[in-house]
Design a protein around this ligand. Structure first.
Ligand code: ADP
Ligand code: MG
Length: 325
């Protein structure tokens, strides 16, 4: 299993940012409202994620570290209608096969917190009492310590940290309700406060996409026949080329040509030739989309892609037409 985990780790754990991604998604799956991310040396020394989510019961700590252990999928139908981020049950097993991993957690029901430690293998997990409020802290120390080739492949601390920062932007813009902090080498680098009001939403958009984007953005909000598209479109009058293009399907960030195509087409109708920035969240019946295409889960397949494309296009056209009037 050690080798299988290390091979799986190759798919799931490419670099520190992918560890952060998997762990923060677990925190969100656990219903956390606050997630604190602490990084040392670009993540090669330490990645620590602390959340205030549901926690992991003592008797499931060791299980959480074993391969294909997931508490999130109970049937084949669940797998088809997957809504949570994790579903393969391989992130923790993979990470613990290539790092020293400590899991500290307390559930509401428990009076004490417990800690599990695994190092380069899930074979021999030690469980000891610990001090921790409700929620979980996962420490990943010395990433790739036992796979020197992969460790050498890491870029500078600064570059690895930038990847983490970029990834956090993607999740922070989709989850304005969550309080995130990001610390590097003891210094607080990002503080995303939870946004409830329009002004707070705009602030977060500004933190991530830039002030001009946020101030001039067009609001997209459209619902039809079980499809919903919400978000922001860069104003066609913004002359700053935006690097920000974020597309989420049922809360999951995906790369998809469909949305780029629709955005370009809608703007071309207004004589704008460049690709504007956007933050768009598409929600639809999870049975209408396959997300199980790649372990990194960046791709989706729509069952009725033409229909989805036309819906997105119409939603964008209507956002743009409001501006022109
Ligand atoms: P998956 O997310 O695919 O289920 P993981 O390996 O990422 O698999 O996690 C294994 C299990 O550990 C999860 O199903 C969940 O039950 C538990 N778990 C992991 N992280 C957390 C967390 N931060 N809070 C609560 N439970 C967690
Ligand atoms: Mg997971």
């Amino acid at each position: 299993p050690q080798l299988a985990n290390q091979i799986a780790a190759g798919e799931v754990v490419e670099r520190p940012a992918s560890v952060v991604k998997e762990l923060v998604e677990n925190s969100l799956d656990a219903g956390a409202t606050r997630v604190d991310i602490e990084i040392d040396k670009g993540g090669s020394k330490l990645i620590r994620i602390r959340d205030n989510g549901a926690g992991i019961p003592k008797d499931e700590l060791a299980l959480a570290l074993s391969r294909h252990a997931t508490s999130k999928v109970h049937s084949l139908d669940d797998l088809e209608a997957i809504m949570s981020f994790g579903f393969r049950g391989e992130a923790l097993a993979s990470i613990s096969s290539v790092a020293r991993l400590t899991l500290t957690s307390k559930t509401v029901e428990q009076t004490e917190a417990w800690q599990a430690f695994a190092e380069g293998s899930q074979m021999d997990v030690k469980i000891t009492p610990a001090a921790h409020p409700q929620g979980s802290t996962i420490d990943v120390v010395d990433l790739f310590f036992n796979t020197p080739a992969r460790r050498r492949f890491l870029k500078s601390d600064k570059t690895e940290f930038t990847h983490i920062d970029e990834w956090l932007k993607r999740i922070a813009i989709a989850r304005c309700d969550i309080h995130f902090t990001l610390t590097h080498n003891g210094k607080l680098v990002r503080q995303y406060r939870p946004a409830n009001t329009d002004i707070q939403h705009q602030q977060r958009l500004g933190q991530i996409c830039g002030r001009q984007f946020a101030e001039n953005a067009l609001t997209v909000s459209c619902e039809h026949d079980g499809l919903s598209l919400r978000g922001y479109l860069q104003s066609p009058f913004d002359n700053v080329i935006s690097e920000s293009s974020y597309f989420y399907v049922n809360g999951r960030l995906v790369r998809d040509r469909l949305v780029n195509h629709a955005v370009r087409q809608a703007f071309a109708e207004h004589g704008v030739e460049h690709q504007p920035g956007y933050v768009l969240m598409l929600d639809l019946d999870p049975h209408q989309v396959d997300v199980n295409v790649h372990p990194a889960k960046h791709e989706v397949r729509f069952h009725q892609s033409r229909y989805v494309h036309d819906f997105i296009l119409q939603a964008l056209q209507s956002a743009l037409s409001q501006m022109v009037e």
